[in-house]
Design a protein around this ligand. Structure first.
Ligand code: G6P
Length: 365
């Protein structure tokens, strides 16, 4: 078993470290002569121009990836896009016509609610293109087309490399649709491909800081509640960071849109509630900084994920990440949140790879 873990203590740690490789494998073979080519989607040109609405459906960590996907799709394709939890979507009074594209996102391809939601949508006339990690699993078999993430087998119950590769796949699908609908010029597509291909190297530099997170875990494992704040592309990362901590360390954690802080969670803040703030450069950076100041003014303990240590003085802890274009920052910023959860779980002696009550794939409702 030690050999299977490549010398890492747990599968989760191995899979965290595999992320640059996994993202590279997701991108491999998708670009030809400066164009995005996704032949397994099997989309005809008229089908691409007919798309009027997109609905992303998923559960758990895949749902958080789908939330980032909405930002990508709406920004570049200008197609109205919704994200829904599969267990909600399947029982709602759905509005679907032939211009509706449904995109199920699933690591395993076997999640019962996601599979049921897709079958319903397909029966009602939607086009279904999935993003999935497991070849020939149920979800790709039921879909009209597929984009595989190529993360390789994910053993740890808490999803890590599946998530970052889903983000890369959602970005690829977005570029492809925008390119085919002539919303991005070939030059713009080529530039974005260059930026995206630089992300695995940025991820690698975060992976070298593992020891810092181990020391952080020693100091923070006794807290009983954490808040994670983020906005825009990094709101889903705040939700994902909180989910990861809950799942494997059994510490209560909430992820929140930092702009919503004043509408409730600020009442919880005191010195006993560490607040992890995703504070990398963005169009709303100033607003994030002022949210952090509000937390500190209430004696909250801020842990910043940031590209530099000086912009956010007086915070309790800062984890530095490299600066990348804002839209790709979730792929880099999620790694510190994975490390926080991993090292706290390990420090507490929890079963990192098989947390209590959780299953890798929820195949019954
Ligand atoms: C379970 C797993 C999660 C996963 C979710 C959705 O809850 O523990 O890690 O995100 O199912 O799974 P899927 O395979 O559809 O992505």
């Amino acid at each position: 078993a030690a050999a299977e873990k490549d010398g890492y203590k747990h599968f989760m740690l191995k899979e965290i470290h595999e992320q640059p490789r996994a993202v590279r494998d997701t991108l491999r073979g998708k670009f030809f002569a400066g164009k995005v080519v996704l032949s397994d989607l099997r989309l005809q040109p008229n089908e691409i121009s007919d798309i009027k609405r997109i609905i992303l459906v998923a559960c758990g960590t895949s749902w958080h990836a789908a939330m980032v996907g909405k930002y990508y799709l709406e920004k570049y394709t200008r197609i109205p896009t919704e994200v829904d939890i599969a267990s909600e979507y399947r029982y709602r009074q759905k509005i679907i016509d032939s211009g509706t594209l449904v995109i199920p996102v699933s690591q395993s391809g076997e999640t019962a609610d996601t599979l049921a939601a897709l079958k319903e949508a397909k029966t009602m006339g939607a086009k279904v293109l999935c993003i999935c990690n497991v070849m020939d699993s149920s979800i790709p078999r039921e879909s009209h087309g597929v984009l595989y993430t190529n993360a390789g087998p994910e053993i740890g119950v808490a999803s890590t490399k599946a998530f970052t590769t889903q983000l890369a796949a959602l970005y690829l699908m977005t570029l492809y649709l925008a390119q085919e609908r002539n919303q991005l010029t070939p030059e713009q597509v080529a530039d974005k491909i260059v930026d995206l291909e630089a992300i695995p190297a940025a991820m690698e530099s975060v992976l070298q800081d593992g020891e810092r997170y181990a020391r952080f875990a020693e100091r923070y494992h006794n807290y009983t509640d954490f808040l994670f704040l983020g906005r825009s592309y990094n709101l889903p990362i705040a939700l994902e960071g909180a989910l990861k901590l809950k799942e494997i360390s059994y510490i209560h954690a909430e992820g929140y849109a930092s702009g919503e802080m004043k509408h409730g969670p600020i009442a919880l803040i005191d010195e006993n509630m560490p607040v992890v703030v995703i504070a990398t450069p963005s169009e709303v950076h100033e607003k994030v900084l002022s949210n952090m100041e509000e937390v500190m003014a209430r004696k909250g303990r801020v842990i910043a994920i940031s590209t530099n240590s000086t912009a956010v003085e007086a915070v309790a802890d800062t984890f530095i990440v490299p600066e990348v274009p804002e839209e790709f920052s979730p792929m880099v910023n999620v790694i510190p949140t994975q490390f926080i959860a991993y090292y706290i779980s390990d420090f507490k002696g929890c079963d990192v790879d098989q947390p209590r009550n959780l299953a890798k794939s929820v195949t019954v409702e």
